[in-house]
Design a protein around this ligand. Sequence first.
Ligand code: NAI
Length: 235
Amino acid sequence: MVVGGASGIGLATTRAAAAAGAAVAVLDLDGDGARAAAAQAGPGAYGYQLDITDEAAVAATLDRAAADLRGIDTVLHVAGIMRGQGLDVREVTADLWARVIAANLTGPFLVAKHATGHLEAAGGGVLVFVASKAGIVTGSGSVPYGASKGGLHGLALTLARQLRPRGIRVHTLCPGDIDTPLMRRSLDEAARNGADAAGVARVRAGLGRPEDVAAVLTLLAAPAADALDGTVYTS
Ligand code: NAI
């Protein structure tokens, strides 16, 4: 199951998982994008509209995906948003803060909460959160984004300790700067908010490929990665 699989890293992950022979469910706020990604992935793939911040919808959509796929053994949680790039902390409204925390921290918590039973029913499984280096090994250009990703890392460490004894392997994957719609919008926002133009141009020139992150995510999902533990970093 790829949560946030309609765009960027998630879309590349949907393609890589399908190419590896997995039956894939794509869940995304962008329902048309989710269905299009599933259609591209092949006849065994399903697409669903889902807002991960809506607990009732998370529970119902995971149940539906589990029924359609006849079980869920892997959850690759890629969905996230970036807002507030380049804003001074004094300019960050409580509303902006709450929106980023809801999408990047509460959403993954709700997905984990409602996926755990399905993973256990499958005899164990894998749960991977895509966080970021921002908020974990470095700061971030966005106050709420850095805070949300640091929190997501803490959530993964906590769930790993709770779920490993029940046969569920939990990781955080922390990518570098990747060429996706999120990253392009974020660089535009940084430039609008007065960030150093040379720095923005340097980041833009050095962006990595979503396919390279997707390859690591599908590797983490595979039984061959069973001995892996903890946080994984990619360039
Ligand atoms: P993207 O914007 O291309 O894709 C994100 C997907 O998440 C979109 O399809 C969007 O509709 C979905 N999404 C957003 N809010 C949602 C919600 N409430 N419910 C369900 N789906 C929702 O972004 P990208 O760059 O592929 O990012 C994927 C993940 O990787 C994010 O968590 C991001 O923070 C993280 N990341 C990205 C980096 C980059 O350089 N692009 C670097 C480090 C981390």
